[in-house]
Design a protein around this ligand. Structure first.
Ligand code: F6R
Length: 241
């Protein structure tokens, strides 16, 4: 696992965006695995800026997102579908038919998980997966204890994750309690993985990740089993290393 230590969130975003832009330029039909949350916002701002200035084309790029809440409509500002449109997809020339998130409103959620997993396979797998990391080491919505063999599945969010995500909702009660997420094995099958982290609240999880102990109680530690992972983390997030 390679560590790129950067000064701050801005530099983290620039370095991560450069990696994505380089892939999109060299492999114009690539499949990108994307994340939501606070950390990638700067990355998407960089991609928007690059698109405006340099016209990097996403015409034949495919995108698959890590996860989606259960029960929110695409129009709900808290849905990850809405987030992706607002932060990235509406601003670049990616075809909407090439952008994919799990359908959190599907009638049969388990069937939806199977469909999503098949979809990723049919796209030839993920060329580059962007990841954030939770305070408890979750990646996607794979909470501690999730099997490293897991594929796309339905999850019950932990209290810690609901509390962490409630900052985006008007109350704790409004946060969905379930989500669909790519599984850990789904993520591990990506050809390349880029994990980004900024801020002091990520310092503990970055410390634990680099401690090197591989254990299902800390989902991100699965990344130690992958041959092509880059962690881009700022000074605050690496303060405990
Ligand atoms: C988002 C996701 C989550 C976040 C993680 C960190 O699609 O799957 O694993 O990456 O919760 O979130 P932020 O970046 O908001 O600290």
């Amino acid at each position: 696992m390679k560590l790129v230590q950067v000064e701050n969130d801005t530099e983290m975003s620039q370095v991560a965006a450069e990696k994505i832009i380089s892939l999109v330029t060299h492999n114009p039909t690539a499949t990108l695995g994307l994340a939501t949350g606070g950390t990638p916002k700067g990355v998407y701002a960089e991609l928007r800026r690059d698109y405006e200035n340099n016209h990097t084309s996403y015409h034949s790029i495919k995108a698959v997102n890590l996860d989606e809440y259960v029960g929110l409509t695409a129009e709900d500002p808290n849905s990850y579908k809405y987030y992706m449109s607002k932060e990235l997809f509406n601003h670049i020339n990616i075809k909407s038919t090439n952008t994919h998130l799990p359908h959190g409103n599907a009638e049969d959620l388990n069937e939806e998980c199977v469909r999503y997993e098949k979809l990723i396979k049919s796209l030839g797998g993920i060329d580059l997966q962007l990841l954030g990391i939770g305070h408890n080491g979750h990646i996607g919505f794979n909470e501690p204890g999730t099997s490293f063999e897991s594929r796309t599945h339905l999850v019950h969010l932990t209290e810690q994750t609901i509390t962490a995500n409630s900052r985006y909702f008007s109350s704790y009660e409004e946060v969905p309690k379930q989500a669909i997420t790519m599984g850990i094995q789904t993520i591990l099958c990506s050809k390349e993985i880029v994990l980004i982290a900024s801020g002091k609240e990520k310092a503990e999880s970055i410390k634990r990740l680099f401690k090197g102990e591989i254990n299902e109680s800390f989902p991100a530690s699965t990344l130690l089993l992958h041959a092509n992972v880059t962690v881009i983390a700022d000074k605050e997030a690496t303060a405990l290393l």
